[in-house]
Design a protein around this ligand. Structure first.
Ligand code: FAD
Length: 405
């Protein structure tokens, strides 16, 4: 059982991993987080399947106090002449909770036990393991020793780099353009708790309400498409990167706004166009899987280990489940090699399964979109079932069921 554990990254996976390490019996836990300020202002919406929430609440990683907005139906909607909300091709059950990313992070941050040394503004440059422990090299030139290190440092993980130098995120060829807009209430034809997928040739846009930190609601949206070719935007997103608010060129924003106006039902287009352009951002979509979740004294959790395309709706759930699996492995005891082997066995195959699902969903919903307008409800249901190998319940959509120890 390691005494001193470092967690690199203090976001969703990092806070959960710190909690897991403390519960597992680590004597001292230190979290290194590169960001200097509060992370709660980051990001937009996170959907969490209701069954996965219930399991994670029972495991002690989330709770009812975190404000959320319900989602019950998912409507696949196509533009149809002057019909403001478009035409719903299909209506499917969608038992998800909608969270603001900041709410989820704040709740997890509060769960990090007192006594944990959570250090903001602390960049880790690299990690090196040897027979006795791990040296963490810091951005300020210093270094510290730990018995084990958990890499919860996201898609550009330095811990993963130390474990598998040749494993990098692979650009899927398209992006998610994200933002939130003022919530002006439901479109008259639809319900407040609907999640909308406005579909168009070459992509789709998902929209749902979130309860924002501090109160009130906003309309969260993410539009997936191949980025338009515009001057000043190379489109070379093959190296893991993102374009945060303020970094999108005017030409790129204009091209995306034109796409929205041209292809989306008027009501949904107006909602997106109401978001101040300078607050919107782009996340290129990547696939990533690792051969192992643990190697010696180095472990991975969350996006550092696997990135499943967001259509799976399960990235945060997987990050929280990674932490719980680690806690379980730790609690089960045994040698360090046995603990890491148990963790590895529980997570590596499951992570790869989610990544494969994300590829299938992205292929069907963005890369090779069908003739949506010609589809009837039964066609869409069959198309959706095919992406899920017949059953969304068993495919891992929304995250796989949690294995309790
Ligand atoms: C468009 C989009 C939509 C999504 N929608 C959903 C959804 O609806 N539901 C869902 O469950 N998931 C969704 N996800 C996925 C989800 O956001 C992630 O899977 C989840 O947040 C995992 O977070 P993480 O903590 O592993 O990584 P991150 O949030 O990336 O955190 C990594 C942290 O490590 C820090 N860090 C990195 N490098 C260093 C370093 N060298 N030193 C110190 N600190 C470092 C970073 O600052 C950061 O805080 C979506 C993702 C995208 C892109």
């Amino acid at each position: 059982m390691p005494g001193g554990v470092a967690v690199i990254g203090g976001s969703i996976a990092g806070c959960a991993a710190a909690l897991a390490a403390v519960r597992g019996g680590a004597e001292k836990v230190t979290v290194f987080e590169r960001a200097a300020g509060e992370l709660r202002v980051r990001g937009t919406g996170i959907g969490m399947h209701k069954d996965r929430f219930t399991e994670l609440a029972a495991a002690g990683y989330v709770d009812e106090d975190m404000p959320w907005a319900p989602m019950n139906r998912r409507l696949w909607t196509v533009a149809d002449g002057s019909r403001r909300g478009g035409r719903a091709i299909a209506v499917q059950p969608f038992p998800f909770r909608a969270y603001a990313w900041g709410t989820l992070w704040s709740a997890l941050r509060e769960r990090v036990p007192a006594g944990t040394d959570y250090r903001p503004d602390a960049v880790v440059r690299g990690v090196e393991q040897d027979a006795d422990g791990v040296t963490v090299r810091l951005g300020d030139g210093g270094s510290e020793r730990f018995d084990a290190v958990i890499g919860a440092d996201g898609y550009r993980s330095v811990v993963r780099e130390a474990m598998f130098d040749d494993v990098k995120p692979h650009y899927a060829g398209y992006v998610g353009w994200r933002g939130t807009s003022p919530d002006t209430g439901p479109c008259p034809e639809f319900q407040q708790d609907d999640c909308h997928v406005a579909v168009f040739p070459g992509g789709h846009c998902m929209l749902y309400r979130i309860t924002v930190p501090g109160g009130g609601t906003r309309l969260n949206w993410v539009l997936y498409t191949v980025p338009p070719e515009v001057p000043g935007f190379s489109g070379d997103l093959t190296s893991a990167t993102s374009l945060p608010p303020g970094r999108l060129s005017a030409d790129l924003t204009t091209a995306l706004r034109t796409l929205v106006s041209t292809h989306m039902p008027p009501y949904w287009a107006e909602q997106i166009l109401a978001a101040p352009p300078e607050t919107t951002f782009i996340q290129p979509i990547y696939d990533l899987e690792v051969p192992r979740y643990a190697s010696g004294r180095l472990l991975l959790a969350g996006d550092a280990a696997t990135i499943a395309r967001p259509h799976t709706g399960g990235g945060s759930v997987k990050a929280l489940q990674d932490a719980y699996a680690l806690e379980q492995a730790w609690r089960a005891g045994g040698s360090w090699a046995e603990i890491t082997a148990a963790y590895d066995e529980g997570r590596t195959a499951l992570g790869a399964q989610l990544v494969a699902l994300g590829r299938r969903l992205g292929h069907a919903q963005v890369e090779h979109t069908p003739d949506w307008a010609a589809m009837q409800e039964a066609d869409l249901d069959a198309w959706w079932a095919a992406q899920n190998g017949g059953s969304a319940a068993g495919s891992g959509f929304g995250g796989t069921a949690l294995r309790r120890g």
